[in-house]
Ligand binder design. Structure first.
Ligand SMILES: [Zn+2]
Length: 443
């Protein structure tokens, strides 16, 4: 199957960050075959790219697909005043009630929202003490039905028992081995640890050893709230990143989620280790935990990718927030540029999870994971050096016209075509009432 997109603006995100004007893009089966002017090759289908921008599909560097299950839930809880209370009164209560069927339904719904707004790949960590063994298969089933690319993990924690931590790690190993035996181009596995205040040194080290033996990325929530900092100083006389560094866990295969409360010395340790930070500004705002020092991370050359932490599944909303929050935080308009944020949402996410040979930019031979934005009406001219700003200042998910993953079209003319919305709704209506009832919500 050959699909030719004619005469578009192409934001390549290649190493030179080229933005190409009036250029054609030929997709052949799963890959990007040709990028050039007035391509002569024959195609099975031609898409008019006039007035459109083509970008690599957005990559969500940190998410929790199950986050969608609570949308609109009128939880009757004592108002929370700090981050630990948010976990204790909301998320730990919710994830304790999960069964594998909930994980599947939430994967369907979240992936549907992801692809509808241009996200083609995500890194998910699932949590649920009552649904550990086999849960990654349930999530993979939902991801596969929608057709996007997923990096999946169970979030190991010892918040209830040591055994629970071991079971979480084992589920990741099981899934990774399964993928090793039956490779799937769209599914990847990784190791995930919850956060330094719910896991022991032993579990951290054991996970590190596993990641060395059976290589896959390793992710951990890092100083999202002050609870991490206090916990580690009190118990270990170290700050969070210092403890992780001393345990030998940091490396270029590690993605540290959040890093809101990290000081300069910790940032130096991160930089030296080659670890990547997953920045989740909308979630950080919602949980009122603070603003991550992304300006300093950029100055030090620490790679930063963009996540949603399971909160808002619209990539462009997350992009816009990431662009704005640091400007107001520093009272300085120069702090972030539109290009930096688009990098965070594309190529940096691919690099974070070792997938940049395949995805994250539009280059010949790479996988055809692309999004086509069609601002309509086009209120101002599109110029190559103005396109990053065009997206950040003006685009919304409504402009997502077509989405391809591995050459397969998942969104056509603004509609998700890989799965019908009724299927998603049916899966959720089957499980959400039971889940909500368990949480004391009368329907
Ligand atoms: Zn998270």
């Amino acid at each position: 199957m050959r699909i030719l997109i004619r005469n578009a603006m192409i934001i390549t995100m290649d190493s030179q960050r080229r933005v190409l004007k009036n250029t054609d893009l030929l997709l052949e089966d799963s890959t990007i075959a040709v990028i050039g002017k007035a391509i002569k090759e024959k195609a099975d289908r031609i898409i008019d790219g006039t007035g459109r921008m083509i970008l690599p599909g957005f990559i969500c560097g940190h998410t929790h697909l199950y986050g969608i299950m609570l949308r609109g839930a009128p939880l009757d809880i004592k108002p929370t005043t700090d981050f630990l209370q948010i976990l204790d009164r909301i998320w730990w209560k919710v994830d304790s009630a999960f069964v594998n069927e909930d994980a599947y339904a939430s994967a369907l719904a979240s992936c549907y929202e992801f692809v509808k707004s241009g996200t083609t790949c995500f890194a998910d960590t699932y949590s649920g003490p009552g649904s550990i063994e086999g849960v990654l298969d349930a999530i993979a089933k939902g991801v596969t039905q929608v057709g996007i690319r997923g990096i999946l993990a169970f979030e190991a924690t010892e918040r209830n028992s040591k055994k629970e931590g071991e079971r979480g790690l084992n589920e990741n190993i099981r899934f990774l081995k399964k993928l090793q035996q039956n490779p799937n181009d769209l599914l990847h596995g990784m190791y995930s640890l919850h956060a330094s205040f719910t896991i022991s040194d032993e579990l951290i080290q054991k996970t590190r050893e596993q990641a060395d033996q059976l290589p896959a990325p390793l992710t951990i929530h890092t100083s999202e709230g002050l609870i991490d900092v206090y916990h580690n100083i009190e118990r270990y006389d170290k700050r969070t990143v210092e403890r992780l560094f001393d345990l030998g866990v940091l490396g270029s295969d590690v993605v540290l989620a959040h890093c809101v409360h990290v000081n300069h010395d910790e940032l130096e340790l991160i930089r030296g280790s080659g670890a990547v930070v997953a920045h989740n500004p909308m979630s950080n705002m919602n949980n009122a935990v603070g603003v991550a020092p992304v300006k300093e991370m950029h100055e030090l050359g620490i790679p930063v990718c963009l996540g949603n932490d399971g909160f808002i599944f619209d990539a462009i909303e997350n992009i816009r927030t990431a662009y704005l929050i640091h400007k107001v935080h520093h009272l300085d308009t120069r702090v972030t540029t539109p290009q930096q944020i688009i990098e965070m949402a594309t190529i940096n996410g691919a690099q974070a999870y070792g997938l940049d040979e395949k995805i994250g930019s539009i280059e010949q031979g790479k996988q055809a994971d692309i999004v086509i934005l069609h601002p309509n009406p086009r209120v101002t001219p599109m110029l190559p050096n103005g396109l990053y700003g065009y997206i950040v200042y003006g685009c919304t998910a409504h402009d997502v016209e077509h989405v391809f993953v591995q050459g397969k079209q998942l969104v056509d003319n603004h509609q998700v075509i890989s799965i019908q919305p009724e299927v998603v709704e049916k899966a959720l209506t089957r499980v959400v009432p039971t889940l909500w009832e368990k949480l004391g919500i009368a329907l």
